[in-house]
Design a protein around this ligand. Structure first.
Ligand SMILES: [Fe+2]
Length: 290
């Protein structure tokens, strides 16, 4: 084998191995539990060690199995989080952009999804915000998603509002906004009801909300997001050049710092368009505040 053949076969081997790993990434066994510590300035002693379980981008559809969603929920529950948050794209329906049955919102997918999450519970509650795909099937679908999750797993929706939660005598503010691409998104409304006297954690499907935080000069200590799927298909040596973000690669995945504010972007649980994740396994996240 000459040098040229060696390189050719070697490259093919990398691509095949990468593709194999990519398909394998979509199974329930491959949901990765990511544990991350987040240092928060002026965190009260009583909130040291607060655990937040994060699940996002379930994309309940015919290409995401209930087992994958159930597996992500079980991984979180095994960590005993103080609260669970879910940051949108519960479904994949997109009647706004896709015609026919491909884009149609199907209630059976939503039912299977919420059944798979029946075991979720946390002392401080379960909170959610909506993603772009949740809105792209119309107002009725949004109402159905909200009602189904509230009734079956006790989800508290943070649609441009906040709640104040207390642990061990110390309080913090949990805020949430509608998807950043929707006209109904209002960071100002979410912040208006939230006190400025404690830690502020914002749930936003799209990490681009950072642009709005900067413009409004609001203090947010931690943003929890999804939306990017971590790229979903990450090609060896090339990465993922196309990102649904005005900031390009900046908020692709993981913990990103902007001054005193940090944003954690989860790769999410489900996938979109095809059951393919390449070098980018589905993720359930536990963030521990320190
Ligand atoms: Fe998504």
């Amino acid at each position: 084998m000459n040098r040229r053949d060696f390189l050719k076969f070697g490259l093919r081997g990398i691509v095949v191995a990468g593709l194999g790993k990519g398909f394998y990434n979509t199974t329930s066994e491959q949901v990765e539990l990511v544990r991350t510590s987040v240092k928060i300035r002026n965190l009260p002693a009583a909130l040291q060690g607060l655990k937040i379980g994060l699940m996002t981008d379930l994309h309940a559809s015919f290409i995401v199995s209930s087992e994958t969603i159930r597996s992500a929920g079980r991984l979180l529950m095994a960590e005993n989080p103080d609260l669970v948050v879910m940051t949108g794209d519960f479904i994949s329906g997109s009647t706004k952009f896709l015609s026919g049955s491909v884009g149609q919102f199907k209630h059976e997918h939503l039912s299977k999804c919420v059944e798979a999450l029946a075991g979720l519970q946390a002392p401080l509650g379960i909170y959610g915000v909506l993603g772009n795909h949740d809105f792209w099937s119309g107002v009725e679908s949004v109402e159905t998603i909200c009602e189904t999750f509230a009734r079956q797993i006790g989800m508290v929706w943070l649609r441009n509002r906040s709640v104040t939660l207390t642990r061990g005598g110390a309080s913090f503010h949990l805020l949430g906004v509608d998807d950043y691409w929707e006209p109904s998104c209002s960071l100002a409304a979410a912040c208006k009801g939230a006190g400025t006297d404690g830690i502020r954690i914002l749930l936003s499907h799209n990490p681009d909300i950072n642009d709005e935080i900067f413009l409004l000069r609001e203090r947010i200590d931690l943003v929890l997001s999804g939306h990017t799927h971590g790229g979903q298909v990450v090609v060896p040596f090339l990465g993922q050049p196309v990102m649904p973000s005005k900031f390009g690669q900046k908020y692709r995945a993981g913990l990103v710092r902007d001054g005193d504010r940090q944003t954690y972007i989860s790769r999410g649980v489900g996938c979109l368009l095809a059951p393919i994740r390449l070098n980018c396994p589905p993720e359930a996240t536990v963030l521990t505040l320190t």
